[in-house]
Structure formats: C-alpha cells, structure tokens
Ligand binder design. Structure first.
Ligand SMILES: Nc1ncnc2c1ncn2[C@@H]1O[C@H](COP(=O)(O)OP(=O)(O)OP(=O)(O)O)[C@@H](O)[C@H]1O
Ligand SMILES: [Mg+2]
Length: 226
C-alpha cells in the first residue's frame, strides 16, 4: 500500500466580516499519495489559494483536519509550524520571492542553511539542483539579472533543497509568457518526478492540468474530481 503524503478531512473555511459570512471551502476531504502529482483548477476566486494556504499552515481551517507528514497542520504552535514548513514543505508561488541581495545559488542554499545544514553541504546540494534546472551558468547572478523564467527555475530548485515531503505550487507559471511557462512547467514536472516528490499544483493552465496524475476542480466551495 502506498503512503499518504497529505490528508484532509472535512475541511471548511469561512471568512466572517462585520456584515457577512463567506464560506469559501465546504467540507473538503481528499488525500494525496506519496509521489503523486495532483492538479487543482478552478475559476478565479474559487478558493484555490485559500486551500493551499491552509495546507501550508499560512491560515487555519474553520473546521476539519489537515495532516501532512506527522503534522496536524491546523493545530501547530509557532515553533512546530516553522518546523513543519521547513521540513515537510517546498513552496513555489506565482511570484518568485527570491531575496534580491543574494545570488541564485545563495537563494537556493538559504532554506538548507536555516535548517542547520553546514555551508559546504548546502552549497553542494544547491549546485546540484541549480544544474538540474539548467542554471549552472547563471548561479552567481542576482535575481535582478535573471529573466522571469529563470527566477522561477531558481524558485523550483529552492523548493527542493530541504528534500520536502510535499511541494505546493500556486500558479507557478502564472506570471510568465507561453514559452517560459512551458520551460518552467517541464522542469517542475521532471524535477518532481525525478526526485519522486509529491506535488500539489494549482493552475489556470489547461495543458498543465492535463499532466497531473489526478485532477480536481474547485467549484462552489467543493473539490470535485475531473
Ligand atoms: N482574508 C480574507 N477575508 C475575506 N475573504 C477572503 C480572504 N482571503 C480570500 N478571501 C476570498 O476568498 C475567495 C477565494 O480566494 P482565493 O484567493 O483562494 O481564490 P483563488 O481560487 O486562488 O483565485 P485566483 O485564481 O484569482 O488566484 C475570494 O472570493 C476572496 O475574495
Ligand atoms: Mg489564487
């Protein structure tokens, strides 16, 4: 039997303001087996980012449970939450969030250094990942001296450095032109497959969605298989 990387049970999210209650996610249950690529699509505002934010521990569900690795995500204290993000997750967003005062290589090394890996080892791992995303000749460049596609490739390498159980990607190609989108998505898929990683990917891109092992769409707060 294959292992479960992520499991959601009865997850709901309601935003309450002074005037109204807005239910974004309704009673969502699903699980992802280790090594699978799962793609979630849905219209703008359907709650895709909200769902990823809950799984990423950036927000808490109104009800339900989320389990990833050995972590009950909704109920972690500050310290365990940091540990969860550092040890279990790799994140790729629409915007790269690279630190501009660090080179491409240093940006990839950073999560490993924060996790306590000695500099030499962090560098070695980062060099390998930078090579995998085809940027060895750009590794000393600062983010401002990289193209949009190259920055996202650095972000993909950075997401893998701590050997995460689960990679969360929210519209990783959403900010790129078609050629660069293709390049970044090919890399993301090939790197994820090569390392046997589990990927939960949110995208508007129908071509990209078609490449997942399993596909869902968010509609009216519900997660439906496609
Ligand atoms: N903090 C908040 N308070 C109130 N409503 C919120 C909050 N965050 C998100 N929402 C609402 O939740 C809904 C879902 O937002 P979300 O960002 O998850 O959508 P999305 O599917 O990622 O859309 P997009 O494709 O445009 O990125 C939206 O209607 C949004 O306005
Ligand atoms: Mg979104």
């Amino acid at each position: 039997m294959s292992e479960t990387a992520l499991s959601l049970k009865g997850v709901s999210k309601t935003y309450t303001s002074a005037s109204e209650k807005l239910t974004i996610l309704r009673n969502i249950s699903f699980s992802v087996e280790t090594g699978r690529i799962v793609v979630i699509t849905g219209e703008s505002g359907s709650g895709k980012s909200t769902l990823l934010n809950l799984i990423g521990g950036l927000d808490t569900p109104t009800s339900g449970t989320i389990e990833a690795g050995n972590y009950q995500v909704g109920s972690l204290g500050e310290e365990r939450l940091t540990e969860y993000r550092r040890n279990v997750l790799g994140l790729v967003f629409q915007f790269h969030y690279l630190l501009k005062e660090f080179t491409a290589l240093e940006n990839v090394m950073l999560p490993a250094r924060i996790a306590g890996l000695p500099k030499g080892e962090a560098r070695e791992k980062a060099e390998m990942l930078i090579a995998e995303v085809g940027l060895s000749d750009r590794k000393e460049h600062y983010p401002t001296a990289l193209s949009g596609g190259e920055r996202q490739r650095v972000a993909v390498a950075r997401a893998l450095i701590n050997d995460p159980l689960l990679i969360l990607a929210d519209e990783p190609t959403g900010n790129l032109d078609e050629g660069n989108s293709r390049m970044v998505e090919d890399l993301l898929f090939s790197v994820v497959r090569k390392h046997g990683k589990t990927l939960l990917l949110v995208t508007h891109d129908k071509n990209l969605a078609a490449r997942g092992d399993r596909r869902y769409t968010l509609h009216a707060g519900e997660l439906l298989p496609v």
